[in-house]
Design a binder for this molecule. Sequence first.
Ligand SMILES: [Zn+2]
Ligand SMILES: [Zn+2]
Length: 106
Amino acid sequence: MMFCEKCGSLLVPKKDGKKLNIKCKCGYKPKKKEGLILKEEVKLAKEDEINVIDKKVEVLPKTKEECPKCHNKEAYYWLVQTRASDEAATRFFKCVRCTYTWRSYT
Ligand SMILES: [Zn+2]
Ligand SMILES: [Zn+2]
């Protein structure tokens, strides 16, 4: 919360597009406007990150594999090289229905 340095009343930020405008009814404008704009930019960046992760899951190939949890017969799959490079990669599965994730060593 911010208060006017001149008259002491509560300053309520007003949204103006992407910017936050803070102006007191007495006409006083606080100088620390940048801090508030920064906070909103950080929040927006985090939302973008989540969207990217969702897209990555969507583009994973699907395979006919039974989910051990809900017995749905379709799952996303991807390969991960977990141990030495001369060993076979581990197959990971993610259930399309309940999103349960498991791995296959075969
Ligand atoms: Zn004021
Ligand atoms: Zn499932």
